[in-house]
Design a protein around this ligand. Structure first.
Ligand code: ACM
Ligand code: ZN
Length: 531
């Protein structure tokens, strides 16, 4: 009986929360939006988007980046001379409250006009994304009248692109930024340095991009069996990097779409490429021997601080990701420089030695007005005082960070590692392993059940990661991203009470078709085989 009552209750809930009845398929519906908005109320009638582009008027801010965005969008092209005449009226109150409130919006569509109210441009931008989704990028000109009241659950809704293992062009990154914006994702974590290649121009260290950005083999397995780097003009050189001008272009594009690009400069592990170009920064002093920086040598700190200075000058992000994961730590045990450092600083083991580096780097980054994020290994040996922890080895790291009063971003491998197979492996190109279908990503709740309300406040958000060892092409990377980042977006934005997988899957099927029309290469969700 209880089961039956549960069934009835949940059915009523789903029908009231997601009913699509009465809305013609040709009419743009708020029920199609990903992530699902907090509150949707359907009202009478439809609104027709003017064929030649709607006019808009923004009240409350001058020189709005939203204005440029709208002029170039499929929705609206020109500014109305008066608020009363605008097809889309946007009112920004500029009441600065917390981050979530900056991203909240109210959208009201009547047969006469569209009105948007938000505390900040970010909220108005997200209202526009809701309309863009309803209209399928401006192709459905008839929109269902409705009022939508929406706000994000988390302020950090991120996606990591690993551009070290396989370099991706700036055009590719900007194309993904467009899709991220549409899904209301707001953090792009750019993993630019790792053993497989250094990907950002640093003027003080030209060998990073002349040499450490190139390898003689494209295939991950070929390279893994003969791990070397090569000059950029070597006949089979494979790799690449972003110039500072490229980065500026990406940043401008992202900023217009309310996306912060978080640069990731990996340390002290996963640094084989740097140590091949500058072997004096390793314990052995020789290339191809160590993967960790020598923490005993002052040159290491000079190098890292010089690199970070150039990175901080370029990226406005409040957060700089400094890696911290999977250092081997073995070389430190026998290195006279590292042993001396441990003795002088009273560090009892190599975990504390790593912590010494992270804390010193944190001080440097803080002195420049920025904060660090590190993978959960930075908890070992003592957490740096102001660090945010990105929890990837399960949720324990996030829990430990929150208990210690630090912010945590949840990105556990079992739910958020989008480099795993999303369907039966025999139907897909080779992946690193695992099985992470859309449904499982969607089922994730970044606030672990064991968290108290107080601890939950330290959960800053969620991130999907696309590590790229086995993702050699841009098309393959898109297939790994879509539609699973749609699930990450809904996990990060929507409250668990309005989430429902079957309903999400239907919306994702529509989104997959839309993404295909826009030139993306999503996984063919409609023909999913299953485990
Ligand atoms: C990681 O996957 N090593 C953060
Ligand atoms: Zn050393």
């Amino acid at each position: 009986m209880k089961k039956f009552i549960n069934f009835i209750v949940s059915t009523i809930f789903v029908v009231t929360a997601y009913a699509t009845d009465g809305i013609q398929p040709s009419v743009g519906s708020p029920y199609s939006v990903i992530p699902v908005p907090e509150k949707i109320e359907i009202t009478k009638g439809t609104y027709s988007l003017p064929v030649n582009g709607a006019t808009f008027y923004i009240k409350g801010v001058k020189d709005s980046r939203l204005s440029d965005y709208l002029k170039a969008s499929a929705l609206a092209q020109s500014v109305a001379d008066k608020a009363q005449k605008a097809d889309i009226l946007i009112e920004i109150s500029s009441k600065k409250t917390d981050k979530e409130n900056c991203e909240a919006y109210k959208l009201n569509i009547t047969p006469k006009r569209i009105s948007i109210k938000a505390n900040d441009e970010a909220g108005a931008f997200y209202a526009i994304q809701t309309i863009l989704q309803m209209s399928e990028g401006g192709t459905k000109r008839e929109l269902q009248c409705c009022s939508v009241n929406d706000a994000p659950r988390f302020s950090y809704r991120g996606l990591l692109f690993d551009v070290s293992r396989h370099f991706r062009s700036k055009e590719f990154i900007m194309k993904q930024i467009d899709a991220m914006a549409l899904m209301k994702l707001n953090k792009l974590h750019l993993h630019m340095t790792n053993g497989a290649g250094w990907r950002i121009e640093i003027e003080k260290y030209p060998r990073l991009t002349e040499f450490a950005a190139w390898r003689p083999y494209r295939s991950w397995m070929d390279w893994a069996s003969d791990t070397r780097y090569c000059e950029s003009n070597y006949p089979t050189a494979y790799g690449g990097y972003y110039t500072k001008a490229d980065i500026r272009e990406i940043l401008k594009y992202a900023e217009a779409r309310h996306i912060t690009v978080i640069p990731d400069i990996e340390m002290p592990g996963h640094s084989e490429e740097v140590l091949a170009a500058y072997p004096e920064l390793s314990c052995s002093g020789e290339p191809y021997r160590n993967s960790d920086y020598c923490i005993g040598k002052e040159e290491t700190f000079t190098f890292l601080e010089n690199v970070l200075t150039e990175v901080i000058e370029l990226f406005p992000s409040e957060y700089i990701h400094i890696g911290g994961d999977e250092a081997v730590k073995q070389g430190w045990k026998d290195c006279p420089h590292c042993k001396k450092r441990m003795q002088e600083e009273g560090l009892k083991d190599v975990d504390e030695l790593q912590s010494y580096l992270i804390q010193r780097i944190e001080k440097f980054v803080n002195s420049k007005g920025r904060k660090i994020i590190g993978w959960d290994e930075i908890l070992e040996g003592g957490l740096a005082p102001n660090a945010t922890v990105m929890s990837w080895r399960g949720t324990e790291g996030g829990l430990a960070a929150a208990k210690a009063g630090h912010k945590a971003i949840m990105s556990p491998g079992t739910f958020c590692y989008l480099d795993q197979y999303q369907d039966a492996p025999h139907t897909l190109p080779e992946a690193i392993g695992g099985y992470l279908p859309l449904k499982k990503v969607y089922s994730y709740d970044p606030i672990p059940q064991e968290f108290s309300e107080e601890e939950a406040k330290f959960i800053h958000g969620v991130q999907g990661n696309i590590w790229a060892e086995y993702i050699p092409t841009p098309e393959h990377m898109e297939m790994m991203a879509y539609p699973r980042i749609l699930a990450i977006a809904e996990v990060g934005w929507s409250n668990p009470e309005v989430k429902c997988y079957d309903n999400f899957r239907n919306r994702a099927l529509t989104a997959v078709e839309y993404l295909k029309e826009k030139g993306y290469n999503p996984f063919d969700l409609a023909n999913e085989t299953g485990n």
